[in-house]
Design a protein around this ligand. Structure first.
Ligand code: NAD
Length: 297
């Protein structure tokens, strides 16, 4: 049986997202290079084993959730890629986090072949993907957004139309650059208070009700023991990895060069996360930058 949706990229994010589409009653054909991911999708009720070219040719909607720009460009623009195989009228939605320039390039190639394409990166991490509570930041035409919204609503709870193609990626890059910077700033402030003998819990409680208030202080305190459920209190496991933050800050710096924008703090944040990653912390949650700022014992 042919599926309405082809979902390519069943990784940490894509697998739970595709399974939420299945749970919502959609016919989804799942594809990944890693056999174990495809098996997990099948175990969750997804449809697998179809030849990709045939599945693409029959799908109404094609969704991709791939690691980075080069994977997305390869998947769409390759000689036997999505643009070469999809049926006329198929809606193309890329949910990966990639460079805005790459999103515009792929969307322009899609438009030339008569397809409607959207960039729809997400915020909310693996927990949001599993719970179906992701935030989608969508770039593309009004008509495309209207067509995609019913599908995105099965995977997320806040669906925003940011503007034309590439806008979703632009919002994602701006948001994550701000997040990277504020996590470092929050870590510095708590470290400074602790160096003065402050209890980090008391300090955080006061700052969260004062003008330094921010998302890290509210729900994601980087100091172990301040918030029971934050990654910091669980050995910095789970959450959003240092290497993923490093990737997103790299996109911000790359974009600042192509647009001639000044991002001095974004560039500094990227360099700090780069050093942190190279010290072996790449797999830890990004709030572990707090550890890098520790005073020598
Ligand atoms: P992941 O590496 O776990 O998954 C990517 C999957 O794509 C892998 O299973 C890989 O095998 C597959 N893949 C790569 N090339 C392929 C191809 N040509 N055909 C089929 N499958 C292919 O990554 P992830 O954590 O799921 O992240 C996916 C995207 O979402 C990234 O762009 C990431 O930046 C973004 N993102 C991740 C998070 C997070 O918390 N993990 C949060 C928000 C956004």
């Amino acid at each position: 049986m042919s599926s309405d949706i082809v979902f390519i990229g069943l990784g940490h994010m894509g697998l739970p997202m595709a399974l939420n589409l299945v749970k919502a009653g959609c016919q989804v054909s799942g594809h990944d290079l890693v056999a174990a991911s495809v098996e997990q999708f099948a175990a969750g009720g997804g449809s697998t084993g179809q030849d990709l070219a045939a599945a693409l040719g029959a799908a109404k909607v094609i969704i991709t959730m791939l690691p980075a720009s080069r994977h997305v460009e390869g998947a769409y623009l390759g000689a036997s890629g999505i643009l070469a195989q999809a049926a006329p009228g198929a809606l193309l939605i890329d949910c990966s986090t990639i460079a805005p320039d790459a999103a515009r390039k792929v969307a322009a190639a899609a438009r030339e072949k008569g397809f409607t394409m959207l960039d729809a990166p997400v915020s909310g991490g693996t927990a949001g993907a599993a719970a179906g509570t992701l935030t989608f930041m969508v770039g593309g035409s009004d008509e495309g957004f209207a067509l995609a919204k019913p599908y995105l609503e099965k995977m997320g709870k806040a669906i925003f139309h940011a503007g034309g193609n590439g806008s979703g990626q632009t919002v994602k890059v701006c948001n994550n650059m701000l997040l990277g910077i504020l996590m470092i700033g929050t870590s510095e402030a708590i470290r400074l208070g602790m160096a003065n003998g402050m209890d980090p819990k008391v300090l955080s409680e006061i700052m969260v009700k004062s003008s330094g208030r921010n998302w890290a202080l509210e729900v994601y305190n980087p100091c172990p023991g301040v918030m029971e459920n934050a990654p910091a209190s669980k050995g910095y496991s789970g959450g959003f990895g240092v290497d993923l933050m490093l990737k997103d800050l790299g996109l911000a710096v790359e974009n600042s060069l192509s647009t001639g924008s000044s991002v001095p703090l974004g560039a500094l944040a990227r360099n700090l996360y780069d050093i942190h990653s190279k010290s072996g912390a790449g797999g830890l949650d990004f709030s572990s930058i707090f550890k890098m700022l520790a005073k020598a014992e």
